[in-house]
Design a protein. Sequence first.
Length: 328
Amino acid sequence: MRKVRASMGTLGVLGLELVQMDTPPTTAYLQIYTEERCKANCLFCAQAKDSRAGLTHIARGMYVPADLDAVVSRLKMAYEKGYIRRACIQTALYDKWWEDTVYLIKRIRAENHIPISLSVFPLADAKYNELKNSGVNEIVIPLDACTPALFDKIKGQSAGGPYSWERHLDGIKRAARFFKSAGTHLIIGLGETDEDAVKIIDELHGYNVNTALFSYTYVPGAQLVLEPDKEESIRHYRTVQLARYLILEEISAYPDMRFTDGALCDFGAKRDVILRIIEDGTAFQTSGCPECNRPMANETFSMIYNFPRKLKDDEVASVKKELRLGWC
């Protein structure tokens, strides 16, 4: 294994590519290098077995092949200087994925004490234990969809994939017993309601699992093509972001909230508390592992779903309008 895929922003921070960035990534985003397509068939994914998209894309991010030795060496320097604070490794399902994943982890850990997150599918307990002993600090098992029906349609049996909702939930819960920090991802905008998203976020929080939010992003050549209403899409996303923050900060919880036809109409907290949270802006920054800011992973310059830094006053004002609460 002589190569690793890395996001363009990561290569820019490491000094391996010339990249103009408004906000540099604070995490090194890496992916196991292979020229094979993933054996899973998640419909939104560029690398799925039946996708016609290029292998370099994860959402809007471009992950290009880079020399492994150079990346590992520069990563050590970038971490010691405080430019990069975490390494995030994405896996794919192919014949040698386990050997390649363990090798990359050990290469990084042999030279570096940087925290490592690994995004992977459900594994046996023995493999969780081996990953922990190899130096992985946080495990992430993307659920992606908010309900069993959507999961099956988007990445399960109906999509021609190997995954099931039950096995994914079980894998996430077991991972949380091995790692002090365990997480999952939800892609918001696949057809779920506010209530669908809030309910699963609350359930996973009960298992000490952190839920990171991504917005649905079409990648040319991917199998899933959705055309959501833009105003409703951003209202829905902002609402789930705010509800997630309330749940994770234990200010409110799913049973405290009220919904009408799936739309959240009462956050279960006082208005002045909610207003302070909105004006603080943290709820609308990138969610995920510590020190993850994912700049421009799902975003365009005209539409920011996850802010990679503290919000400016005009951005807070925009968020208030996007939430469409009518009183803030």
